[in-house]
Design a protein around this ligand. Structure first.
Ligand SMILES: [Zn+2]
Ligand SMILES: [Zn+2]
Ligand SMILES: [Zn+2]
Length: 194
């Protein structure tokens, strides 16, 4: 007679534990964009080694830029410059642009250029993933490619071209801009009524 009760309380315990785990797992992903893939990894694995591997000197600004972008993917050059300046003191914006350019050219960074918004940079260069981009603020999030490898879409006709890439961008409004938009609309409604 008592066995269903025991099972139920066990289920409750299990539920509480799972809920705790879920809350822990969800919390960081609501504050920063698309770092869930990197969660659990403390910081950029050996940025100095990666720089030397591609023939670049492991300077402090280069290491700082790679570390910052590892933790803050899809940042603009301006955001990177601000963060690195906070960390290292006086580094010119031009020097940061040079670092971003050199690291992108060497294949350590990927540069995404959403039309009408400043370029953004990320360290996730090892797969063919796509981006969700907010039309209003330009914020970008990773979306895994369903197919996996480039080009993941085939044109209806190649016209004799050898196609090696399909540039896929999902445009929309991010949650922040959507709620700002809704608030703005309800505000206008109130003004209209009074
Ligand atoms: Zn937005
Ligand atoms: Zn990305
Ligand atoms: Zn794809």
């Amino acid at each position: 007679m008592s066995s269903p009760r025991v099972d139920f309380s066990r289920f409750l315990d299990w539920f509480q534990i799972m809920r705790g785990i879920l809350v822990l797992a969800m919390a960081p992903s609501t504050t920063s964009d698309s770092t869930s893939l990197r969660q659990g990894e403390p910081s950029f694995p050996d940025p100095g080694g990666q720089l030397r591997d591609v023939g670049l000197r492991a300077t402090r600004p280069r290491i700082a830029v790679l570390r910052w972008l590892w933790d803050n993917p899809h940042s603009t050059a301006e955001a990177v410059a601000g963060a690195v300046r906070d960390e290292l003191g006086s580094v010119s914006t031009q020097a940061i642009y040079d670092v971003l350019h050199a690291c992108t050219a060497a294949g350590l960074l990927r540069r995404i250029e959403p039309a009408g918004h400043p370029a953004r940079f990320e360290t996730r260069i090892d797969d063919n993933h796509h981006h969700l981009v907010c039309r209003a603020c330009g914020r970008a999030e990773d979306v895994d490619c369903v197919h996996g490898t480039a080009p993941c879409l085939a044109p209806s006709s190649t016209a004799g071209y050898v196609v090696d890439e399909a540039e896929v961008v999902f445009w929309g409004l991010c949650p922040d801009c959507r709620s700002a938009h809704t608030q703005d609309r309800s505000h206008h409604h109130e003004e209209g009524r009074s």
